[in-house]
Design a protein around this ligand. Sequence first.
Ligand SMILES: [Fe+2]
Length: 297
Amino acid sequence: MFNRNFNTNLLAATPSPYCTDISNYLLHIQLLNQGFSCETKNALQQLKDDRIKYYQFKDIPVSEEIPPTATNYISEIPKKTFQSEGVIGAVSLELGQLFNYRETSEFIFYDIYPTKGYEHSRSFVNSKKMLAFHSDGSAHPELCPDYVLLYCVRSDKKAVNLFVDLDALLEHLPDRIVDVLMQPLFKHMVSESPEYFEVKPILFKEGHHITIKYDEENTFGVNTEAISSQKCLNEMLQKIAVVITNSSRSLLILNNKRSLHARTSFNPKYDGNDRWIKCAFVTTNDIETGSIVSLSL
Ligand SMILES: [Fe+2]
């Protein structure tokens, strides 16, 4: 899809988004976006219309040299060219405004790769442990991404995404469980240090739709009814999840308010060839593209 009408020379000239003033980068992704084919725009429109909850582009014509996957967590893996970032940015313009959380990165992108010492942690840098079902930014008091963009720089056959469409989940859950999940009976961990929770529901009514904010590992029922409903939710997620495989130069776009995702466990090698995903958040809220949002606790 990207191949038709897509100017790879323009893509190769994408300026760095890893700086305080990203105006040149933002101008450049607008030019890249203008080269998208109708098929590409139609696929993204289907996401916006809620007809599909995810879409995956494959074999994107990115030809840049990729440095080894890092093994310790750093805010920016040194790269000489920014083709992957150009693709993600150009796609984001069809969906809304790029933003990030200050707690995650000082830049609009962040990288997901297995990090030494964190193999069994609850964090997205874990590896030997499954990354539990969640929606990104689910606990944030102000801003939750509408879309999450996951560009695969390097893949690992064992590490697949598991995906649950919220509409399918609601069809499978008993009404009494849905009723409990819609009540403010759940503590969502906003910050681990200092420890801070927000008490709110897991399911929300937004316009004509029901949306979900959930992180299996960081959400806790406040009474026995809430705890047993959450257990039922977790069991159903395991039952109905579908597998999405990422491959090098694929871009997975998730509707983050109308689905949940997880990642299976895998064994990191720390040889420079480990799985590496470049991630970006998009909101449809009226904020400036490129905003880095801070938590005010
Ligand atoms: Fe995620």
